[in-house]
Design a protein around this ligand. Structure first.
Ligand code: HGY
Ligand code: MN
Ligand code: MN
Length: 391
């Protein structure tokens, strides 16, 4: 909690509440500098990789390492725990292991991934996707923030060379096993610590409705082609389609030009959809898309649909989860609806996650919370896990 308190004032969002910390923005750069300082103070060997992620090595860099870590960025107006808890817990786990005189027999590293939330450039887990090749450097660097600054430009300003970005086989090969600690994001955990079994299939789709910009007072209703109409139908269709455990959310709508007395000429709507598997997720999105298209036709509008990112269901390594659970004395294993860098890495290396209880289940919001005792239990669980894996 002391370490979280250290960064408690960095990136507070007075307008939204909570924190707004986004990949390579001023705030995230300050947090990265804080991490580098903390890691250096512990005598860890700090090395940024080619893709904007920061590694801090205890013995290494090397191969077959035990790697832990998370991210420091947040959603707009997010909580204090999603991301930073995993980073802080990793550093404290190192402290615990050192204090008891543990000598790892293989390299151990703490990693901070860039732009996990996609809160600035739209695609989540950008650092781990780049590292694993799940997104090409070209596609990633071309993503832009709301001000038109590209990821490539922001990375360049932060000291990274966009031309050197892309799948990093050396970094990937260095990871023997990866464990990410994270605050649980629902009410699925009734004890302080658990582990993850799976992540829902999920993705983001952008719907651009185009109509005719016009005057809010002078344009007769029957003369309008208002893209806000099909946009609002999409919101309702998302709720209707999300049945049987599927989730569909519209959390962001941007009308252009966006004036109270202006019929929008176009509206961008972002859909976040998640379900048990690929088939069901596609089905939900297809149903919503069909409703959006029909609503667009009815209003004389056009709609363009773009899949901005997608990831299939992740099943975490069963053997590793069992091993960790054994070392921790049988912790419960639970599925999650939230995405993580661990979910991206799971396709390449044996990967596991530890969850710390979330008493309210609130996340991606200022009220996100975990008890200090549970966070401490998380650190002990992570240290025990790292010790077991790096012995
Ligand atoms: O959106 C997610 O599930 C994650 O928190 N990035
Ligand atoms: Mn998150
Ligand atoms: Mn997270």
């Amino acid at each position: 909690m002391t370490d979280l308190a250290d960064i408690a004032d960095v990136g507070r969002d007075a307008r939204r509440g909570g924190y707004s910390r986004h990949g390579f923005d001023r705030v995230e750069l300050e947090l990265r500098a804080w991490f580098v300082e903390e890691a250096t103070r512990r005598g860890l060997d700090v090395r940024p990789d080619r893709n904007g992620n920061i590694w801090a090595w205890w013995g290494g860099p090397g191969t077959d390492a035990v790697v832990t870590g998370s991210h420091l960025d947040s959603v707009p107006g997010g909580g204090a725990f999603d991301g930073p808890l995993g980073v802080v817990s990793a550093l404290q786990a190192v402290d615990l292991l050192r204090a008891k005189g543990f000598q790892p027999s293989r390299p151990l590293a703490v990693v901070v991934f860039v732009e996990e939330e996609g809160g600035r450039f739209g695609v989540a887990c950008l650092g781990s996707r780049l590292m694993t090749g799940a997104i090409s450097a070209e596609a990633a660097c071309g993503l832009t923030d709301p001000d038109g600054v590209s990821f490539g430009e922001a990375a360049h300003r932060a000291g990274f060379d966009p031309l050197r970005m892309g799948r990093d086989d050396v970094a990937l090969a260095s990871i023997g096993r990866f464990v990410e600690l994270h605050v649980e994001q629902g009410r699925g955990l009734t004890v302080p610590v658990g582990s993850a079994s799976s992540i829902l299939a999920h993705g983001r789709w952008r719907f651009t409705f185009t109509g005719e910009g016009n005057h809010a007072g002078a344009t007769l209703i029957e003369d309008r082609r208002d893209p806000m109409l099909p946009a609002s139908q999409l919101v309702l269709a998302a709720r209707r389609a999300a049945t049987g455990g599927a989730r569909a959310t519209v959390g962001r709508i941007v009308p252009n030009p966006g004036g109270t007395n202006v019929i929008a000429s176009s509206v961008d709507v972002w859909l976040d959809a998640r379900a048990d598997d690929d088939r069901r997720t596609r089905e939900v999105v297809a149903e919503i898309t069909e409703a959006a298209r029909a609503a667009a036709v009815e209003e004389g509008c056009e709609v363009r649909v773009t899949e901005e990112s997608y990831g299939d269901t992740v099943h975490f390594d069963r053997g590793l989860a069992d091993e960790i659970s054994g070392a921790l004395g049988n912790v419960p294993s639970l599925p999650t609806g939230a995405g993580h860098d661990a979910g991206i890495l799971a396709a390449h290396v044996p990967t596991a996650m530890l969850f710390v209880r979330n008493p309210t289940g609130i996340s991606h919001a200022p009220d996100e919370f975990a008890e200090a005792d549970d966070c401490a239990a998380g650190v002990v669980a992570l240290a025990t896990t790292l010790e077991h894996l790096a012995r």
